[in-house]
Ligand binder design. Structure first.
Ligand SMILES: [Zn+2]
Length: 100
């Protein structure tokens, strides 16, 4: 909701609400349980996953290309290549990673 209030609904209720909102003659208010919702105030209907992402973003977290969440100050190291045990061994022996 634009007011910042989140209303959690079961899937079935969501479907009904979405149908109501999709209706070109969408009523100004729709009833959800014992509440009346001003359809103009609805900012969207989101899945729990989307809500989670939005909460993380609101808390200053960001998602990198690898799909991991990082704190504002964190540097992403997800794309750093991961070396095999043999390559690590090479590094320990020679001080550098083998190129292939
Ligand atoms: Zn990352």
């Amino acid at each position: 909701m634009r007011s910042g209030v989140n209303i959690w609904l079961e899937k079935e209720r969501c479907e009904n609400l979405m149908l109501a909102l999709e209706n070109p003659n969408c009523p100004k208010f729709v009833r959800v349980d014992d509440q009346m919702i001003n359809t103009a105030d609805v900012s969207g209907i989101f899945t729990a996953n989307t809500m989670e992402d939005m909460t993380l973003r609101k808390n200053g977290k960001w998602q990198c290309d690898a799909g991991s969440w990082h704190g504002r100050q964190d540097k992403c190291e997800c794309t750093k290549s991961v070396y095999t045990e043999a390559q690590e061994e090479h590094f320990r022996n020679y001080g550098y990673y083998p190129t292939s």
